[in-house]
Design a protein around this ligand. Structure first.
Ligand SMILES: Cc1cc2nc3c(=O)[nH]c(=O)nc-3n(C[C@H](O)[C@H](O)[C@H](O)COP(=O)(O)OP(=O)(O)OC[C@H]3O[C@@H](n4cnc5c(N)ncnc54)[C@H](O)[C@@H]3O)c2cc1C
Length: 460
């Protein structure tokens, strides 16, 4: 077993852990970053193809307000390009296709469109009442944390098509059934991104742009700067702390450090053995914030043929195997890539099919929506995040009812010498890559400031 001694040990090399380790190192402190997988990036995973194009199998998009990921991109010279949005989006309700432009499909019945608009406005107003640092202190926190998203949508959306669409779009963000997610958590998470317009929007919203080269174009140079402080294939099994420091152990390494930063998804953090045990409420938080089910599938064509048909590639069809599609081409537009996102109960249903059955179901759906060219892709790449041992699902962990108001206060509170990072611990852009970066920067500041080490200068 390799024994090493460093100032700080970071567990998990997703964006949160990479950022924490990078900032600690830049502050002149020694660090060990232990990653369970044989790759970095965590819930982001860029596959570079032989032709130089890339596929983001996980997190991909960035948008305005996500200042910390943009700052990282500046630091490493990574440019962005705009998400393709020309042409019409498509909505499929009860087998009927509606083409539209903008965020709300006004071509649906006026009643449904008005209902959608009214719910959007209401959600925006509710978000404004959420204190981001302490959503459990919102005036109506107890009420909203006692009901699910399903209950709220049921009570507030009178048109069925509008209801189904909102349920797909909003519950989809949490990759779970609407009945599983606390309304307070929905409002908090939306508010952390600036409201429903950002969360559900494309242009000017969470899917506004993408890094050229994919997320890997950012995390690879971060890892290069971290250098040999990064240790892959080291699943951490135990963190023991005493009055002087922590000992972090994988099967092959033992790292002695002043403090540890744990940057793994909440439910996965419960798989680590803590000695002594964590305080009761933090343990319970790990047990109570699950991730949902999500498939992200890249369907590749020689060219993005839908663009020539006046379509943006963006489509939604509640309950169908290809529930959501987005044009996920690179900055060159070649090859054509339709990204299919399937979430929550539909993803779990798809997960029970064989790979061949699933592919057929998805391609049949795409063909019905985009025409016969969709039936013959040149490649088909699927990523099932629910069976990833070190993610346990995606895109983010969510809080069911009753969790935020009881256990939310432990999200960022250090447990002795163990500090917490990870997108879920960020009060701004919680659930996005930007939130992960923010959490890593916060945790790095936290540990170094507590020890009176160099204060961390933010790179300009
Ligand atoms: C399909 C999908 C699409 C998404 N789309 C977007 C998007 O477009 N834009 C966006 O901003 N966000 C998106 N997200 C969310 C985004 O990817 C995450 O918010 C972000 O990557 C989380 O980073 P993190 O560092 O907090 O956690 P993670 O990326 O989960 O990193 C945790 C790391 O810890 C490691 N680990 C786990 N257990 C251990 C252990 N015991 N020992 C050592 N290491 C361990 C894991 O292997 C992993 O590398 C998406 C996510 C998914 C899954």
């Amino acid at each position: 077993m390799a024994d090493i001694e460093v100032d700080y040990c970071v567990v998990g090399a997703g964006f949160a852990g990479l950022t924490a380790a990078l900032r600690v190192k830049q502050a002149g402190q020694s660090v060990a970053l232990l990653e369970a997988r044989d790759r970095i990036g965590g819930r982001t995973f860029t596959e570079v193809r032989d032709d130089g194009s890339w596929i983001d199998r996980g997190g991909a998009w960035v948008g305005p307000g996500q200042d910390r990921i943009y700052a990282l991109m500046d630091e490493f010279g990574v440019k962005t390009y705009k998400q393709y949005t020309d042409g019409e989006a498509m909505m499929v309700v009860d087998g009927k296709q509606y083409r539209y432009q903008g965020t709300i499909p006004l071509t649906m019945s006026p009643w449904a469109a008005a209902n959608l608009g009214a719910v959007f406005v209401e959600l925006g107003e509710m978000c404004k009442t959420i204190p981001l640092e302490a959503p459990w202190e919102a005036k109506k926190a107890a009420k909203w944390d006692s009901i699910s998203l399903a209950k709220w949508l049921g009570d507030n959306t009178l048109s069925k098509p509008a209801h189904d669409l909102l349920e797909t779009a909003i519950a989809g963000c949490y990759t779970s059934a609407a009945s599983e997610v606390s309304m307070l958590f929905v409002l908090y998470q939306m508010a952390s991104g600036g409201g429903p317009g950002f969360v559900l929007g494309v242009k000017g919203g969470a899917q506004d742009s993408r890094p050229v080269g994919g997320m890997g174009a950012i995390y690879r140079p971060m890892a290069a700067e971290i250098g040999d402080s990064l240790h892959l294939s080291q699943p951490v099994r135990e963190i023991a702390q005493d009055g002087d420091g922590v000992t972090v152990r994988s099967a092959e390494m033992s790292v002695r450090a002043r403090r540890a930063i744990v940057a793994v998804p909440l439910a996965i953090a419960s798989q680590i053995r803590y000695e002594p045990m964590l305080p009761m409420d933090r343990s319970f938080l790990h047990q109570r914030m699950p991730s949902g089910a999500i498939f992200k599938i890249a369907v590749l064509y020689d060219e993005p043929f839908w663009r020539a048909d006046g379509l943006s590639g963006q489509s939604a069809a509640p309950e169908s195997p290809a529930t959501i599609t987005v044009d996920a081409g690179t900055d060159t537009g070649r090859p054509g890539v339709l990204c299919v996102i399937v979430e929550g109960p539909v993803a779990r249903r798809l997960g029970r099919l064989s790979e061949a059955e699933r592919k057929k179901a998805v391609l049949d759906d795409l063909t019905a929506r985009f025409g016969s060219k969709a039936a013959s892709p040149v490649d088909y790449i699927e990523q099932n995040w629910s069976v990833e041992r070190y993610s346990g699902g995606g895109m983010l962990s969510h809080a069911p009812t009753g969790v935020l108001t009881q256990f939310g206060y432990t999200l960022r509170e250090p447990c002795g010498r163990i500090h917490w990072a990870g997108t879920e611990s960020s009060s701004v852009m919680c659930g996005w890559v930007d939130g992960a970066v923010r959490s890593g920067e916060r945790a790095a500041r936290e540990v170094t400031e507590r020890d009176g080490a160099l204060s961390l200068a933010r790179p300009q």
